[in-house]
Design a protein around this ligand. Structure first.
Ligand SMILES: [Zn+2]
Length: 684
């Protein structure tokens, strides 16, 4: 492993922070914490922490010896000094004399001794950092170290690989007991450079930031070299079908199988992040994949993200895909049953009251294809996929030099259901459309952009389709929540197919489609150019049909219902003079929505339309507004507010109507009028 320490960088950080009143110790601590945090093979999504013992002066001028230790919620790769809150050292050291200290009391002790009462909670491994006398203490869950620590004979191998300068601490869950045990091991031989924590990770320490960091890189490199030189159990490839199904074929089925039924046609949905690489394929294609997956996660804190480990699927045979969905349902059911039994049997060990977390897998391995991470948000799905990649490396390397044997299930349970570990997951309440994917055509126009934004605000991941890629991407960026923009010509079925495939690649499927793209052409009906009418039908009718067909295809693969929404127009029910070219296909599209509602209600797919009127957009430009209002002898304002309510109707009003239709769980075949009131255009 490469040592990233550079004297010049370190000094630059020191001078940058000293200017802001941060002392040299903390500045260097911040620098090497970032070096460690920037490598996923050392630190991944919360798996590691660092500290420095230094002195600080409080607001009234009293000086304290403190431990500045990583605070929860901070990412080591981007940490700032305030992410390493200062805790008074003396009370922490005093705690070592206690026989026991509950988790709640440990947290209370740490918080009560913060110099800044508003600082984040110090790491759950704070006491261990405090009990080691060295000034700088570094801790990681290095993947290479886990290949040695996750062994059936981890202590023997650890001593063989790392030699006498590295202590070995048997597995104990983080907290007071582990801190005391680690300190006892250190006291037996204070000459050690660090400690290997069985089934967990590594600590190194030194008098300078550089010394502790150098030792971390050194011992990780020793582990890497050992694995490279001693590999003796190569992976044996399993037999794969002649023709493998594609990710685009599998992902919607998998997403549907994972959706957690809440009853009454409702589901808790997840999005999927797909990954593949030669390393991933080499592992998922091996004949030991299922055996390895059963052994569990490589370091216990992964359990809060990927539970007891990955779910494994059979390789998908492109020539026999018919029964694959039911195989997926069976595999998910088996995973859920296994997780439920894991909870039941371990929960029964004591009287503590716990509630089982949802038992849905967050990591899926598919021979021939790769791996999927799953989460309520794309961010969580990506984290699960990241952990999956590191799990593969640790499991593969451990097995290659011995027998991969990570933490036991009872120990894993204790950590997964430890209140302090659960606190690491953000308590953000899901929004009404969290876990759902919405695709909006004509997404860069006024109504499309407002619709994308409104759905993203409800928690949906949005896909913005537009002829204009740059505009689609700009709208996606503005909407946030990992929205993406794609170029798509909705009048070209091949282009629509590519866009749906790309959506599946990024999110795993789609739940809501807003078929919104359209354009208006004018002309008196009796003399209308036939080509123009046909062109309008291509965009204002057939494109809606193409998009709807793709949507229904994917929604049926998922088998969890869906929502199909159309932008009809006031013209669909109330013709305007010289607007036949626009109104006729829109009337057909309105009828199309009813046809889909009729034929796919039984699939749980709800189909609705919005008929809006007089919205400022590409269809009704400022120039058109100016011409029409002056032709009628009205001010622009009065023209735009020429409805029963006397108020201008905006793209945001239309967007809210689409969101409302998506949320109205018992509404299908509906047309929602968004025109401020126009009796001549009312339905029925
Ligand atoms: Zn740890």
């Amino acid at each position: 492993m490469q040592n990233l320490w550079r004297d010049a960088d370190a000094e630059a950080e020191v001078s940058r922070y000293v200017d802001r009143g941060v002392n040299r110790d903390l500045a260097l601590r911040t620098y090497t914490t970032r070096l460690l945090g920037s490598d996923p093979r050392l630190v991944l999504h919360g798996g590691g922490n660092t500290s420095v013992k230094t002195t600080v002066t409080d607001l009234v001028g009293d000086q304290y010896d403190v431990l500045c230790v990583k605070g929860s919620g901070w990412d080591m790769g981007t940490i700032e000094p305030q992410g390493l809150p200062a805790v008074k050292l003396a009370p922490l050291l005093k705690a070592r004399k206690l026989d026991r200290l509950s988790d709640e009391d440990m947290v209370a002790l740490q918080r009560a001794n913060l110099i800044d009462p508003g600082a984040p909670n110090p790491s759950v491994e704070t006491l261990l950092h405090a009990f080691i006398p060295h000034k700088f203490v570094d801790h990681t869950h290095s993947t290479a170290i886990l290949a040695i620590a996750d062994q059936a004979e981890s202590e023997r191998m650890s001593r063989e690989v790392f030699g006498p300068r590295m202590g070995f601490v048997p597995y104990i869950m983080p907290g007071f007991d582990l801190a005391k045990a680690a300190a006892d091991v250190f006291d037996q031989d204070p000459m050690v450079d660090g400690l290997i924590l069985d089934k967990h990770g590594i600590f190194t320490f030194g008098e300078t930031a550089k010394a502790a960091y150098d030792l971390m890189i050194h011992y990780v490199t020793v582990a890497e070299d050992f694995v490279r030189q001693n590999r003796r159990n190569p992976l044996v490839p399993a037999r794969l079908p002649k023709r493998l199904a594609s990710v685009e074929e599998i992902a919607p089925m998998l997403r549907g199988a994972l959706a957690h039924p809440l009853g009454e046609g409702r589901y808790e949905r997840f999005v999927s992040e797909f990954r593949s690489s030669p390393e991933i394929l080499n592992f998922v294609n091996s004949d030991t994949l299922e055996v390895m997956a059963m052994r569990g996660v490589s370091t216990p804190d992964l359990s809060i993200r990927i539970k007891t480990g990955p779910m494994v699927l059979p390789a998908p045979d492109a020539d026999a895909l018919d029964g694959y969905r039911s195989v997926l349902d069976e595999r998910v059911a088996a995973y859920v049953a296994d997780y439920t039994e894991y909870f039941r049997s371990n929960d029964a060990r004591d009287d503590v009251k716990r509630t089982m977390l949802d038992p849905i897998p967050r990591l899926t391995m598919v021979p021939g294809l790769g791996l999927f991470g799953h989460g309520r948000t794309l961010r969580d799905a990506k984290i699960a996929a990241d952990l999956g990649e590191m799990w593969i490396e640790a499991a593969r390397d451990a097995e290659s030099v011995g027998r991969f044997e990570p933490v036991s299930r009872p120990d894993l349970f204790d950590l997964e259901y430890w209140s302090l570990e659960q606190a690491k997951l953000s308590g953000a309440k899901p929004k009404p459309l969290t876990g759902q994917v919405v695709l909006v055509t004509g997404g860069a126009g006024a109504i499309g952009a407002a619709t994308v934004k409104a759905f993203a605000a409800q928690g949906a991941h949005a896909v913005v389709l537009d002829l204009d890629l740059a505009h689609a991407e700009a709208v996606a960026k503005d909407a946030g929540n990992n929205a993406i923009g794609l170029a798509c010509d909705v009048t070209d079925p091949a282009s629509v197919r590519v866009a749906f495939d790309a959506t599946i690649r990024v999110f795993g499927g789609v739940d809501i489609v807003v078929s919104n793209a359209g354009a208006a052409w004018e002309g008196a009906i009796a003399t209308l150019d036939d080509a123009l009418l046909r062109k309008s039908f291509e965009l204002n009718f057939f494109a809606h049909q193409t998009v709807a067909q793709s949507a229904v295809r994917v929604m049926k693969q998922q088998g969890t219902g869906g929502v199909l929404l159309f932008n009809a127009s006031k013209q669909a029910v109330n013709p305007g003079a010289k607007f036949g070219a626009y109104g006729l296909p829109k009337a057909a599209t309105l009828f199309l929505s009813r046809q889909y509602a009729l034929e796919h209600g039984a699939d749980g797919i709800r189909v609705n339309a919005v008929n809006a009127d007089r919205i400022r957009s590409g269809l009704l430009t400022s120039e058109m507004i100016s011409n029409r209002s002056s032709a009628r002898g009205l001010s622009e304002k009065d023209y735009m507010a020429g409805n029963l309510l006397g108020l201008e109707v905006t793209a945001e009003d239309v967007a809210q109507a689409f969101v409302h239709q998506a949320l109205a769980e018992r509404t299908t075949g509906n047309v929602t009028t968004v025109d401020g009131g126009n009796i001549a255009a009312t339905l029925r």
